[in-house]
Write a protein that binds this ligand. Sequence first.
Ligand code: KG4
Ligand code: ZN
Length: 336
Amino acid sequence: MIILGIESSCDDTSAAIIRDGLLLSNVMAGQEVHKQYGGVIPELASRAHQQNIVPVTHRALTLAGVLPADIDAVAFTRGPGLMGSLLVGASFAKGFALAAGASLIAVNHLQGHILSHFIECPGQPRRRPSFPFLCLLVSGGHSQLVVVNSFLHFEIIGQTIDDAAGEAFDKCAKVIGLPYPGGPLVDQLAAQGNPDAFRFARPQVGGLDYSFSGLKTSFLYFLRDRIADNRAFIEENLHDLCASLQHTIIEIVMHNLVKAAEQTGIREIAIAGGVSANSGLRRHVREEGLKRHWKVYLPELRFTTDNAAMIAITGYYLFRAGERTPLDTTPVARIG
Ligand code: KG4
Ligand code: ZN
């Protein structure tokens, strides 16, 4: 069974081929155009997707040694994401499926991030979480705690009520003059800083939900006060600021992850999404796992940020379960 996956929910255009659950190719094209604006500009993102989608898919097919007629199903990201970006991927997937005589399968982007743990690469056997497992999904648009009961059955038990963890990284990084997306740069700079140098607000909301907007405000006010005394405060303390910010975000996400593991009694613990690439978060999850006898699953770095391999593997499990999407299905910017 051969699945073509298409991902275009935000600012990465990606196509991947999966045969019987094995990844044959995963091609990505990022979009440099947004860097100068300090964030993703939706209209520019959809235009760049239009330019990238054909060459990216062509390359994925070539690398996999697969012809359009070999494809059984085209899996595409239906949402959540930017509507203009989603429309490019959805329209392309429909046209391709129609022309190649393949089935169409709509995929939830968040389910894709979670199932990235099941992407298998030829010759590289991987540990996979057993059901039920608990997944901390932290990306630029989402922060959720999800109980994953099977490939297709999920229960969201906690989520952010305002910003996502990745947004907290990116927005605070912007305040200290780092380009978009700031998360990976904060991670790099934090490596040489003291995580206990400064303290910022750690907002707690009820239950297992998250909130990050108070952290952003506290970071901003802290800097405003320090800069009033010393105009070079940011430059002189860049590493410590990044390390302390990263430490705060990790503490916030870990607090509810630990609580969720205690409440559900689940010890199979996975993380997913762009922020799961963060070296500090990966270390904390591993350390907490040793202390609490968790089995910890960290995604391969190349499958943390948006990619089509995760969409293709989700499409594979949906296809096997008999799922088919009608051609008149439209993308959705928000789900749930
Ligand atoms: O999953 P993703 O590619 O897109 C969404 O679905 O949102 O996540 C992108 C987010 C951005 O906010 C980016 O700053 C963050 O993931 N990110 C990181 C790291 N790598 C990517 N945040 C912290 N540390 C990293 N190493
Ligand atoms: Zn994503």
